[in-house]
Ligand binder design. Structure first.
Ligand code: UDP
Length: 356
């Protein structure tokens, strides 16, 4: 493939795309970016393009704040038009958002080969919108880049050995990104001064299953309020969660800040005592930066972290959360295990795409 179109729309996709995009430039693969607009606020989108030096999108579809169906449908239409103009050799999709699925549908109907980065992940919970997006995207992809051996095995179980698709364990581009941007973050970020506390726990909450359930959200906030009495809890709050907290009159006592850029996020991760999250990416980043992670979900796609004792799943139950916090606080772990590749996933991926 000499010319690809990459489709992004949400924060974790900007972070993954930054690393692969740099490799495309190094190898002379021509890339046009379509930004669907799923995340559009400056601190959820522009800041990543600027800090991480992601090329300016050739298409800005500006589609957001709609139901899943309406959003995916409008994206499908916009992406199809752009692909008909660009006529790329392949379409690169990241992760599991509505932008991923819309890209998969548009490209497969136009018979353009699909490259899925972060393929093969499964939570085995089809009530999660992300799980539906992943399963469907994987099925129509031509090259599936898996971040872990677990992901490769998931695809094998689904019969991918018998499909005309290439499955590669490339390692995780997010690990490459964490290594590449760490020094820049150290130089450029002043978040530690701004949060004003040296000792803290970092937490993020945004997943639909938590944010859209007032009962679960209340329980999580109660748990974090309790933990904050022992160690300050810092939460860069996702706009979705912020809106629901306000609508439901749920009152956090801990330190809430606006969503931060990736440099600030790295510094928060590196300096936190431990991490509490329902994010997929943040679970891994906690590990990259040597922190225990408590996950506010009942299952995870990053099961190796749980199996090796770096991560514990507590759902939304405040008692389980507090008890995990108390036992993790005193636990020392060796984070030297190599679970997500060698930091050269993006190079491997770009080289295979170039030769495809
Ligand atoms: N992130 C960030 N600023 C924040 C919160 C998260 O840069 O205020 C980064 C985080 O480090 C990770 C990515 O966003 O790389 C994760 O995105 P998110 O949690 O939105 O999505 P998920 O990984 O669950 O799909």
């Amino acid at each position: 493939m000499r010319k690809v179109v990459s489709i992004v729309g949400a924060r974790p996709q900007f972070i993954k795309a930054a690393t692969l995009s740099r490799q495309f430039r190094l190898l002379g693969v021509q890339e046009s970016i379509i930004h669907t607009g799923q995340h559009f606020e400056a601190n959820m989108s522009d800041i990543f393009f600027r800090e991480m030096e992601i090329p300016k999108p050739a298409y800005q579809l500006d589609i957001h704040t709609l139901s899943h169906g309406a959003m995916t449908g409008r994206m499908l239409e916009g992406i199809e038009k752009a692909l008909q103009v660009e006529k790329p050799d392949g379409v690169v999709l990241y992760g599991d958002t509505n932008s991923t699925l819309a890209g998969a549908l548009a490209a497969s109907k136009l018979r353009i080969p699909i490259v899925h980065v972060e393929a093969g992940l499964r939570s085995f919970d089809m009530t999660m919108p992300e799980e539906v997006n992943r399963v469907l995207t994987d099925r129509v992809s031509s090259i599936l880049f898996c971040p872990t051996e677990t992901a490769v095995n998931n695809l094998k179980r689904e019969g991918f050995d018998h499909l005309p698709a290439r499955v590669v364990n490339s390692g995780d581009v997010m690990y490459d990104g964490a290594l590449y941007y760490e020094d820049k973050a150290q130089l450029k970020s002043d978040i530690l001064r701004r949060v004003g506390t040296k000792k803290f726990v970092l937490a993020t909450i945004h997943r639909e299953e938590n944010a859209d359930s007032p009962e679960k959200l209340r329980s999580i906030i109660a748990g974090l309020n309790e933990i904050h009495k022992q160690v300050p809890v810092v939460v860069p709050l996702h706009p979705r969660t912020r809106n629901i907290l306000a609508q439901q009159y749920i009152l956090p006592n801990f330190i809430i800040i606006d969503p931060v850029g990736y440099f600030d996020m790295i510094m928060l991760l590196k300096n936190a005592e431990l991490v509490i999250t329902d994010s997929g990416g943040v679970q891994k980043e906690a590990f990259f930066f040597g922190k225990q992670c408590i996950t506010l979900r009942e299952q995870t796609e990053w099961i190796e972290l749980v199996e090796k004792g770096f991560n514990v799943l507590v759902g939304s139950d405040s008692r389980r959360l507090i008890s995990a916090f108390n036992s993790f606080r005193t636990q020392e772990s060796d984070f030297s295990a190599n679970l997500y590749g060698n930091g050269h996933a993006a190079k491997t991926i770009a080289e295979i795409i170039q030769k495809f």
